[in-house]
Design a protein. Structure first.
Length: 257
């Protein structure tokens, strides 16, 4: 039986391979072209993923050795090093750094899957949570690159399946509760979920009880994930069913990060 950690790590590997397939054929001018991420070129997105892989590997190494997580002040030096690279270096160095992190995850044994606890900022994560944290960043930024080259690109479906049930833990960090209160039912497919989105003094997701009558938004789970990550602009919104919902208002709740 595949554990949650194994499933999440396999999804990270799949996302790495998708990024590799998208990036390796790119010419130098394409690397310098704009990605979907605001103010970032494709090379800068790759730099962000490369530095993130390096930081995640340090955090993992500390947890495996029973040491406290690295002092966050060292992260600034890592970012500075990556920012100083040329676009070609950012692109060429990002995939090996990313691959090394994937291989470090894959090297974890079953006991480590059960026992590992990683401190990352305010979060305490087990092996599955650690892999999903990386997966969310990786799959969405891979889309940032892919959609700049193909406007019809979507976030990988396997990643969506791994991430959709964890969005409730994310919205409190990324959502902006300013504006009118909202309470609505979100129905997704691929995979199917029934979710209540509640925007008031804070923003929360919960399961729908099957009875409460609410305004309704029906859309692919992939699109709902992109909404939460601030990436559901009108030009990249698939067909949706909207009943008493203002999508523009929801986009303001999730401005992106």
């Amino acid at each position: 039986m595949t554990s949650e950690a194994q499933s999440a790590i396999a999804a990270v590997r799949r996302s790495h391979e998708r990024l590799q397939a998208v990036v390796e054929p790119l010419a130098a001018d394409q690397l310098r072209g704009r990605s979907y991420a605001t103010d970032w070129t494709i090379a800068q997105v790759l730099s962000h993923l490369g530095s993130g892989a390096q930081i995640s590997a340090l955090v993992l190494d500390a947890a495996l050795a029973g040491r406290p997580a690295p002092d966050p002040t060292i992260f600034a030096d890592i970012w500075a090093t990556w920012n100083a690279k040329t676009p070609d270096q950012q692109a060429s160095d990002a995939l090996p750094a990313d691959r090394a992190l994937v291989e470090a995850y894959e090297a974890l044994d079953v006991d480590q899957h059960r026992q590992l606890r990683v401190t990352f900022g305010p979060m305490e994560l087990d092996a599955a949570g650690m892999a999903r944290l990386r997966l969310g960043e990786h799959a969405v930024h891979t889309w940032d690159v892919a959609v700049a080259l193909d406007p019809a690109a979507t976030v990988d479906g396997v990643a969506v399946g791994e991430l959709i049930d964890g969005l409730g833990g994310l919205v409190g960090f990324v959502a902006k509760a300013a504006g009118p209160s909202i309470r609505l039912r979100v129905t997704t497919h691929d995979p199917e979920r029934e979710i209540v989105l509640d925007v008031d003094d804070s923003v929360q997701l919960a399961g729908w009880d099957g009875h409460e009558q609410l305004p309704r938004l029906a859309l692919p789970a992939e699109a709902f994930l992109r909404l939460v990550y601030g990436r559901l602009d009108p030009d990249h919104t698939p067909p949706t069913q909207v009943d008493g919902v203002d999508l523009d208002q929801l986009r303001m709740v999730f401005p992106g990060f």
